[in-house]
Design a binder for this molecule. Structure first.
Ligand SMILES: [Zn+2]
Length: 243
């Protein structure tokens, strides 16, 4: 087999692997960021639930202070009632007391509603905390896997780039630049298999005589249609190794 052809076939396989690895490596920061975002939104739900509980408690405390303030006022009115001289003054105070009692009833209703709200809020908080905990576990596991994959991809990329360099120095520069040129203009593929008298990538027929030459894999022959360098995958000296 033509040694340059053999090297180009390997180079093509390496380049496809490099392309795949780079696509995955480029996606890594985005996926990592999405994991952070997932945790942030779960944490935000917990914070919101806590904030709500705190505000509920604050409002309740304020209403209770208001109630006890009104109660103090009522007991003052009662003291004044003891001292009044006229029925009119007495009735006026009685009216004030009724008014204040009404206000207390309204405030007590509000407190009761807030207490029920707080109970629901507590359930929401527990659910949010449970979700955060679950998300943290999931994200940690996903991140660990992601980082392991990324590390493996980076080291595979490094070894492919090294092998690529070795091939580049062992094949004639003309042939390398020819391969690069075709690859650049033909969707990243500069070497194609020929099967059944057809170029496997562009699907254009190959003349039977040329196909017989290609089958020997002992010279550099390009597809007339797409210019990709052709080889017979059934007739390699050594099994074609797909990376
Ligand atoms: Zn072709």
């Amino acid at each position: 087999m033509n040694p340059d052809l053999k090297q180009l076939i390997r180079l093509q396989s390496i380049d496809l692997s490099i392309q795949q690895l780079r696509t995955r490596i480029d996606k890594f920061p985005g996926i990592s960021k999405a994991l952070d975002e997932k945790l942030r939104s779960a944490q935000a739900a917990v914070d919101t639930a806590k904030e709500k509980a705190k505000s509920n408690q604050g409002t309740r405390k304020r209403l209770e202070t208001e109630i006890s303030g009104i109660e103090t006022k009522i007991s003052k009115y009662r003291d004044q009632m003891m001292a009044v001289k006229t029925n009119e003054e007495y009735r006026a105070l009685q009216h004030e007391i009724e008014h204040a009692q009404q206000a207390i009833r309204k405030l007590e209703d509000d407190v009761l509603n807030l207490m029920m709200e707080a109970e629901n809020g507590q359930a929401d908080l527990h659910a949010a905390e449970a979700r955060l905990k679950q998300d943290q576990q999931n994200v940690n596991a996903e991140r660990k896997q992601l980082e392991e994959d990324n590390k493996r991809d980076l080291s595979a990329l490094e070894s492919y780039l090294k092998e690529r360099k070795e091939i580049q120095t062992s094949v004639s520069p003309d042939l390398i630049s020819r391969y690069e040129r075709v690859r650049k203009h033909r969707g990243g593929i500069g070497v194609a298999a020929a099967r059944n008298e057809v170029c496997e990538i562009c699907q254009v027929r190959i003349r039977p005589q040329v196909f017989q030459e290609i089958r020997r894999n002992d010279q550099i022959i390009a597809c007339d249609a797409c210019q990709r360098i052709l080889y017979d995958p059934e007739n390699l000296d050594h099994p074609f190794e797909v990376a």
